[in-house]
Design a protein around this ligand. Sequence first.
Ligand code: HEM
Length: 128
Amino acid sequence: DMDMTPYEHLGGEAVLKEMVTNFYGFVKQDEVLAPLFPDDLTETARKQTQFLTQFLGGPSLYTIEHGHPMLRARHMPFPITHRHAKAWLGCMEKAMDSVSLQGPLRDFIISRLTMTAYHMVNTSDDSH
Ligand code: HEM
Protein backbone atom coordinates (compact mmCIF):
# COMPACT_ATOMS: atom_id res chain seq x y z
CA ASP A 1 0.00 0.00 0.00
CA MET A 2 1.54 3.27 -1.11
CA ASP A 3 -0.12 5.24 1.71
CA MET A 4 1.71 3.28 4.41
CA THR A 5 4.81 4.65 6.09
CA PRO A 6 7.92 2.45 6.43
CA TYR A 7 7.04 2.38 10.17
CA GLU A 8 3.65 0.83 9.41
CA HIS A 9 5.11 -1.53 6.79
CA LEU A 10 7.58 -2.79 9.37
CA GLY A 11 4.79 -3.72 11.76
CA GLY A 12 4.65 -0.60 13.92
CA GLU A 13 5.53 -0.33 17.60
CA ALA A 14 5.64 -4.04 18.48
CA VAL A 15 8.08 -5.07 15.74
CA LEU A 16 10.24 -1.96 16.13
CA LYS A 17 10.55 -2.51 19.90
CA GLU A 18 11.55 -6.11 19.39
CA MET A 19 14.09 -5.18 16.71
CA VAL A 20 15.65 -2.45 18.90
CA THR A 21 15.80 -4.73 21.96
CA ASN A 22 17.56 -7.39 19.88
CA PHE A 23 19.85 -4.76 18.36
CA TYR A 24 21.17 -3.73 21.80
CA GLY A 25 21.58 -7.40 22.70
CA PHE A 26 23.97 -7.65 19.73
CA VAL A 27 25.66 -4.34 20.67
CA LYS A 28 26.36 -5.73 24.15
CA GLN A 29 28.08 -8.77 22.60
CA ASP A 30 30.09 -6.69 20.11
CA GLU A 31 33.65 -6.10 21.27
CA VAL A 32 34.01 -2.94 19.14
CA LEU A 33 30.76 -1.27 20.25
CA ALA A 34 30.17 -2.47 23.81
CA PRO A 35 32.88 -0.31 25.44
CA LEU A 36 31.14 2.89 24.24
CA PHE A 37 27.76 2.07 25.81
CA PRO A 38 26.46 2.11 29.39
CA ASP A 39 25.94 -1.25 31.12
CA ASP A 40 22.21 -0.70 31.39
CA LEU A 41 20.84 -0.16 27.88
CA THR A 42 17.18 0.21 28.90
CA GLU A 43 17.07 3.99 28.45
CA THR A 44 19.27 3.87 25.34
CA ALA A 45 16.86 1.38 23.75
CA ARG A 46 13.85 3.46 24.73
CA LYS A 47 15.31 6.56 23.05
CA GLN A 48 16.39 4.61 19.98
CA THR A 49 12.86 3.20 19.59
CA GLN A 50 11.48 6.74 19.81
CA PHE A 51 14.02 7.96 17.26
CA LEU A 52 13.50 5.15 14.75
CA THR A 53 9.72 5.55 15.04
CA GLN A 54 9.97 9.07 13.65
CA PHE A 55 12.88 8.26 11.30
CA LEU A 56 10.57 5.71 9.63
CA GLY A 57 7.60 8.06 9.33
CA GLY A 58 5.73 7.23 12.54
CA PRO A 59 4.81 9.68 15.31
CA SER A 60 7.52 12.20 16.37
CA LEU A 61 8.12 10.49 19.71
CA TYR A 62 11.78 11.41 20.02
CA THR A 63 11.35 15.11 19.24
CA ILE A 64 8.33 15.48 21.53
CA GLU A 65 10.37 14.28 24.53
CA HIS A 66 13.94 15.33 23.70
CA GLY A 67 13.74 18.09 21.08
CA HIS A 68 15.57 18.13 17.75
CA PRO A 69 17.59 14.91 17.40
CA MET A 70 20.89 16.66 16.41
CA LEU A 71 22.30 13.15 16.23
CA ARG A 72 25.81 14.05 15.17
CA ALA A 73 26.13 16.52 18.03
CA ARG A 74 24.72 14.03 20.54
CA HIS A 75 27.34 11.49 19.42
CA MET A 76 30.31 13.86 19.72
CA PRO A 77 31.14 12.76 23.30
CA PHE A 78 31.93 9.31 21.88
CA PRO A 79 34.90 8.63 19.57
CA ILE A 80 33.14 6.98 16.61
CA THR A 81 35.24 5.54 13.79
CA HIS A 82 34.37 3.83 10.47
CA ARG A 83 34.92 0.58 12.33
CA HIS A 84 32.18 1.52 14.82
CA ALA A 85 29.78 2.51 12.02
CA LYS A 86 30.38 -0.82 10.27
CA ALA A 87 29.87 -2.74 13.54
CA TRP A 88 26.69 -0.73 14.32
CA LEU A 89 25.25 -1.59 10.89
CA GLY A 90 26.25 -5.25 11.37
CA CYS A 91 24.27 -5.39 14.63
CA MET A 92 21.32 -3.76 12.88
CA GLU A 93 21.46 -6.35 10.07
CA LYS A 94 21.33 -9.12 12.70
CA ALA A 95 18.44 -7.38 14.46
CA MET A 96 16.59 -7.19 11.14
CA ASP A 97 17.23 -10.91 10.61
CA SER A 98 15.79 -11.54 14.09
CA VAL A 99 12.42 -10.04 13.13
CA SER A 100 12.58 -11.49 9.58
CA LEU A 101 12.68 -8.07 7.96
CA GLN A 102 13.50 -8.70 4.30
CA GLY A 103 13.13 -7.33 0.80
CA PRO A 104 12.84 -3.76 -0.48
CA LEU A 105 11.73 -2.36 2.90
CA ARG A 106 14.86 -3.73 4.56
CA ASP A 107 17.06 -2.42 1.72
CA PHE A 108 15.47 1.02 2.01
CA ILE A 109 15.91 1.20 5.79
CA ILE A 110 19.49 -0.10 5.63
CA SER A 111 20.43 2.45 2.98
CA ARG A 112 19.10 5.30 5.13
CA LEU A 113 20.75 3.95 8.29
CA THR A 114 24.04 3.51 6.42
CA MET A 115 24.11 7.20 5.54
CA THR A 116 23.23 8.15 9.11
CA ALA A 117 25.79 5.78 10.65
CA TYR A 118 28.67 7.10 8.52
CA HIS A 119 27.53 10.65 9.26
CA MET A 120 28.19 9.91 12.98
CA VAL A 121 31.87 9.17 12.33
CA ASN A 122 33.89 11.82 14.17
CA THR A 123 37.25 10.06 14.71
CA SER A 124 39.60 8.47 12.18
CA ASP A 125 40.95 4.95 12.28
CA ASP A 126 43.11 2.88 9.98
CA SER A 127 40.63 0.11 9.33
CA HIS A 128 38.40 1.53 6.60
C1 HEM B 1 22.94 7.31 21.56
C2 HEM B 1 26.85 5.11 19.79
C3 HEM B 1 24.98 5.32 15.34
C4 HEM B 1 20.85 6.95 17.23
C5 HEM B 1 24.17 6.72 21.45
C6 HEM B 1 25.08 6.51 22.56
C7 HEM B 1 26.18 5.90 22.07
C8 HEM B 1 25.96 5.71 20.65
C9 HEM B 1 27.43 5.46 22.83
C10 HEM B 1 24.82 6.93 24.02
C11 HEM B 1 24.08 5.80 24.72
C12 HEM B 1 23.63 6.22 26.09
O1 HEM B 1 24.40 6.88 26.81
O2 HEM B 1 22.51 5.88 26.45
C13 HEM B 1 26.69 4.99 18.43
C14 HEM B 1 27.69 4.45 17.53
C15 HEM B 1 27.19 4.53 16.28
C16 HEM B 1 25.86 5.11 16.38
C17 HEM B 1 29.05 3.88 17.94
C18 HEM B 1 27.91 4.09 15.04
C19 HEM B 1 27.88 4.81 13.91
C20 HEM B 1 23.68 5.74 15.47
C21 HEM B 1 22.73 5.82 14.40
C22 HEM B 1 21.58 6.29 14.93
C23 HEM B 1 21.80 6.50 16.34
C24 HEM B 1 23.01 5.42 12.95
C25 HEM B 1 20.25 6.54 14.29
C26 HEM B 1 19.77 5.83 13.31
C27 HEM B 1 21.07 7.22 18.55
C28 HEM B 1 20.09 7.83 19.44
C29 HEM B 1 20.69 7.95 20.69
C30 HEM B 1 22.03 7.39 20.54
C31 HEM B 1 18.68 8.28 19.06
C32 HEM B 1 20.10 8.56 21.95
C33 HEM B 1 20.46 10.03 21.98
C34 HEM B 1 19.97 10.69 23.25
O3 HEM B 1 20.68 10.63 24.27
O4 HEM B 1 18.88 11.27 23.24
N1 HEM B 1 24.73 6.21 20.32
N2 HEM B 1 25.61 5.38 17.70
N3 HEM B 1 23.08 6.15 16.63
N4 HEM B 1 22.21 6.98 19.25
FE1 HEM B 1 23.90 6.20 18.49
